[in-house]
Design a protein around this ligand. Sequence first.
Ligand SMILES: NC(=O)C1=CN([C@@H]2O[C@H](COP(=O)(O)OP(=O)(O)OC[C@H]3O[C@@H](n4cnc5c(N)ncnc54)[C@H](OP(=O)(O)O)[C@@H]3O)[C@@H](O)[C@H]2O)C=CC1
Ligand SMILES: O=C1OC[C@@H](O)[C@H](O)[C@H]1O
Length: 370
Amino acid sequence: MAEITPLTFRWGIISTGNIAAAFVKDLLIDPKTRGVHDVVHKVASVGSRSVEKAKEFIDRLTGGDKSIKAFGTYEEVYADKDVDAIYIGTPHTYHYTNALDAIKAGKHVLCEKPVTCNAAELRALITAAREHNVFFMEAVWTRFQPLSLEVKRIAEEGSLGLPVLLHADLSGNFGIHDIPVTHRILDPNLGGGALLDLGPYPLFWAILALYENPANGFSAPTNISASMLNTPLTPVDSSTVFNLTFSASKLAAQASLSCSITLNALETGVTIRFEHGTILIHSPIYCPKSFKVQYLGKNGKVTKEETRNFDYVGGGWHFQADEVARCVRDGKKESALWGHDKSLLEMTVFDEVRRQGGYKFPEGVEKVVA
Ligand SMILES: NC(=O)C1=CN([C@@H]2O[C@H](COP(=O)(O)OP(=O)(O)OC[C@H]3O[C@@H](n4cnc5c(N)ncnc54)[C@H](OP(=O)(O)O)[C@@H]3O)[C@@H](O)[C@H]2O)C=CC1
Ligand SMILES: O=C1OC[C@@H](O)[C@H](O)[C@H]1O
């Protein structure tokens, strides 16, 4: 069989923080190790607020690959003619401005979660992406991992019946008393708190299992109820609980979701209860490596149980990079797996949770308001 020549997809990286480093490490992994033969990734340039940091980042992660340009501004990356798509790894409250600048420069964009501070900012970005005819996606990497694809297949294949209740929690202990109040997790100017940082993941599982279920017909939740508990240090949430009801179509299901920046993660972070069985997803829920399916008999007792394990080379961020490259290659402006509608649902839910929970950004943080 003839070998296909893979597309070389060229990335411009915005910022040199933790997640930008994790993403770049994954871009450097040979895609063949995950069975991908049609695309390869190339880091073309890295932009930082300091050119020294950009150089240090390239040296540290690539062993000093001289073909990668180091820039001391983000604007130079947006303008780089050798870049196909921009990856944005800045704190939440910078996503809107960074993504808009990249879009206006005519670049395709993959932007970290949460994609913006609010739904109004996201709507403005979607409009801009359409006007400039570019691909735009929130980096909800979990959606593209093989485990998630398999959970979705089993959830919809029929033998479990319809989903009824979903519980999902993502907690991570940030040691909030030992970090400066200027840390992004505590600083309200950077969108600090549990909801915006960790909340996307429990919500992601509700979107995958309930919103995407064919019986729901992609209907928005009919009810959202939420409560937020602030840290004693800054006006951001240390934990948040939020419940969603889906009852607009043939699905009648509820999600009970939570997140905390002071607790460690649960061993089983997601439980999806169906009419005839249960799917239990093991932590970390942003890149789980195993899940269990329990099939229930008429008396509610487990009749069959199956554990599925997944493994791959790398951290799991490369699957979303493959999706971006393929979508751009195929002329798509959004992903079928994590399209604009899902990011909009996320930001609309978060706006409502923050409204009920009393979480307000400092003046000027939101660049667009409804
Ligand atoms: N998908 C995932 O698994 C993860 C996603 N994230 C998301 O990525 C984003 C960044 O998180 P993380 O990498 O942990 O953050 P870091 O603080 O480690 O990095 C953020 C980077 O953004 C740049 N930056 C620009 N303006 C500012 C500013 N005012 N204050 C601080 N940094 C600034 C800096 O890079 P420079 O100085 O080079 O310009 C900095 O290194 C968040 O939105 C978070 O939700 C985070 C962790 C995991
Ligand atoms: O996306 C994320 O996943 C892992 C967390 O530790 C991190 O804070 C968050 O941004």
